[in-house]
Ligand binder design. Sequence first.
Ligand code: NAD
Length: 355
Amino acid sequence: MFKITVLPGDGVGPEVIAGALRVLEAVRKRTGAKFELREAPFGGSAYDQTGTPLPEETLRLCLDSDAVLLGAVGGPKWDSLPVQQRPEAGALLPLRKKLEVFANIRPSTVFPSLADASTLKREVVEGLDLVVVRELTGGLYFGEKRREELPGGGCRVVETLEYTTGEIERVARVAFELARRRRGKLTSVDKANVLESSRLWREVVSGLAAQYPDVELNHMLVDNCAMQLVRNPKQFDVLLTENMFGDILSDQASQLTGSIGMLPSASLGGRVGLYEPIHGSAPDIAGRDVANPIASILSAAMMLRYSLRMDEAAGLVERAVNDVLQEGYRTADIMQPGMHRVGTAEMASLIAERI
Ligand code: NAD
């Protein structure tokens, strides 16, 4: 029996997670899969209930799970709290750290019926299906930082970018394994013409290639990659890169698909995987049954595939999402002329029914 901890969180979090749970229930009925779902308080709502955004019991449940499914956290109500009590700094970042999830995986998939929702031309994005694997716990964001006053006025800042062979190798393995289960193509992105860290990155990734003869590896400089992502994104299958490059490129890649309400993510590496939509708590639309639940539903599909190893069940969910979109159902963020507009709960029910 798989144990899944569910953290609905704040804002639209509980609404979209309710949709994902409805879909998981349909998967359970259809496939007989065995999993136990335990909900726990997390984020601003947990702070309101217990005085801390990450209660000890919630953390204990997460660490004792096979996977964690998260909605979103944060909102203006908690913005003026001291940093450690705020939902993101006090709950989300510590949870990622405790779960030791060093590989962030973000697919960018364009559903055929939504090819016109992208800001790029239909022929550029139609059929797009790529995944960015971003190193999540090292590099410039975690290195030593310092600021010094200069005697003549002004300041000097120093930021350090550190990676070890081991840190590069473990995230590269995640990317090779993923590429092997997809179309077998891996592009490692770096800035090896300028940065020593990138030269080590390239050496380590190249060194692993012999262990994955079924994966075709190529290297690309990050500036070229940014250009290629908007010029011809369909050339990519799996993109692997370090923390800061990945932060920027994964947002760029996500926008190829249209709405933020469509995009799931997985953070892997530790024993327990963390699955969440890429969007935040959307306080501007919370409580109105208008948020798109598909990012959460597809996050649940990623959970089925990567943590529970239920590839078939994940495929069922993805196909159900595709079918409902093909039939013309749309939430407000992806609404197009002539389509049927539905709310959060109805969209989730339609997807669950197709399963
Ligand atoms: P956001 O992602 O919440 O919203 C950005 C825009 O996208 C808004 O217009 C929102 O209405 C829309 N949107 C988001 N999700 C949607 C959905 N499912 N369906 C339809 N439209 C959707 O980002 P923000 O407004 O910058 O941040 C709001 C709060 O969320 C802040 O407190 C921020 O700190 C927090 N946040 C949390 C996470 C997380 O929990 N992982 C991530 C980002 C932001």
